[in-house]
Design a protein around this ligand. Sequence first.
Ligand code: SF4
Ligand code: SF4
Length: 84
Amino acid sequence: MALMITDECINCDVCEPECPNDAISLGELHYDIDPHKCTECVGHFDEPQCVQICPVACIPVDPQHTESRETLWQKFHRLQRVAG
Ligand code: SF4
Ligand code: SF4
């Protein structure tokens, strides 16, 4: 699954540099996660890094983008190919 950032985000800016997939950027109102780039950190870390660091716990699973772990691995490999 991809994760999403809710309206409770305080734009503290600490999650953006932690994302190994460059999936986080500042949107119109608050930081946003690109669901096409978020692998829930699969392929990089055991836990989602943004969730670990967010001080207000405003990063739940995006119900619009539920994916299996297998699909997340496929996304990880696809992103690696694009990056490479
Ligand atoms: S879970 Fe990982 S890949 Fe997804 S936005 Fe957070 S830091 Fe980036
Ligand atoms: S760490 Fe949490 S509060 Fe801070 S910018 Fe990211 S989502 Fe928003």
